[in-house]
Unconditional design. Structure first.
Length: 152
């Protein structure tokens, strides 16, 4: 099992020197993504299930931080940023984005329904039904990629 994971990490170019994950975290996540139980991983690695649980939790937290960092960097570069206040109807968001993109000369490759889905999916619980429950910032890169961030 470990040999297969090591081969996978090698194949995908995992480098703990440049990754947000440690080597052990990468191993545990690779095994968990293959539906290997924490108990089985613990036995394979010669540690406790509680330790594997802790390693997995830290790995997922590191991944979340890395994703947030990338989203932040993309938001900084995005020429279009639309603030969507709480209480906004999700159906009004595409028009807000299209108008801002027109002003900036940026093309968005999403129809209104697709854009609503992108925003809703990326916002998670910040969107409830058709209502924006928590303020959002919708950024659009010069390539037309849409990025959604919760405004805290």
């Amino acid at each position: 099992m470990i040999e297969e994971v090591e081969a996978l990490l090698d194949d995908i170019g995992f480098d703990p020197e440049t990754s947000a994950l440690t080597h052990r975290q990468a191993q545990v996540l690779a095994l968990r993504e293959r539906d290997v139980s924490q108990a089985e991983i613990a036995a394979e690695l010669g540690t406790s299930r509680a330790n594997v649980s802790s390693i997995e939790a830290s790995a997922r937290e590191n991944l979340a931080k890395a994703k947030e960092t990338v989203a932040f960097a993309e938001a900084l570069r995005a020429p279009v940023r639309v603030r969507v206040p709480a209480g906004t109807d999700l159906y009004d968001v595409p028009q807000m984005v299209y108008e801002a993109c027109d002003e900036a000369g940026v093309k968005v490759d999403h129809t209104a329904p697709d854009l609503m889905k992108v925003v809703s999916d990326a916002a998670g619980n910040a969107v409830s039904g058709r209502q924006v429950a928590k303020p959002l910032i919708v950024g659009v890169t010069s390539e037309g990629m849409v990025r959604v961030r919760r405004q805290e």
